[in-house]
Design a protein around this ligand. Structure first.
Ligand code: FES
Length: 134
């Protein structure tokens, strides 16, 4: 098993076990995200898959499954576009629900009071990684 800079590479090229034995899966370089900005991703490993997106605002990153709590539809209507025009809230393109960036709570629209499903990520070495299983 090759070891690169303290990281053990397993399986395919975007999957790593960190030095403290956490599984990390590469999502995107941090500079792929504007601030504010968003980035949609799709990961597949074994029988698992994950459609999600990362939002960056004020230097912090948050990630959620790309599934609206209203109907389960994807939220984006343009690739990688998950924010409203002001970059202040996450917006579902289907029926215009709006969600807080830092918690995923729906604050207006047909699923008000419900939340997006969060995805645990880590920003490390100027990259964004999924932490754990897809
Ligand atoms: S599917 Fe998102 S608001 Fe209806």
């Amino acid at each position: 098993m090759p070891i690169e800079g303290g990281i053990i590479v397993i399986g395919w090229e975007h999957e790593f076990i960190s030095a403290n034995m956490e599984k990390l899966t590469f999502i995107c370089p941090l500079d792929r995200l504007s601030d504010p900005g968003s980035y949609g991703f799709s990961l597949e490993a074994d029988e698992n898959s994950l459609e999600g997106f990362v939002v960056r605002r004020d230097g912090e990153c948050f990630a959620y499954r790309n599934s609206c709590p209203h109907t389960g539809s994807p939220l984006d209507w343009v690739d990688h576009q998950f924010l409203d025009i002001e970059g202040a809230l996450i917006q579902c393109a289907v029926h215009d629900a709006r969600f807080l960036i830092d918690s995923g709570l729906c604050v207006s629209g047909p699923c008000q009071g419900k939340s997006l499903q969060s995805v645990v990520i880590r920003v490390q070495d100027d990259n964004v990684y999924l932490l754990g299983e897809a």
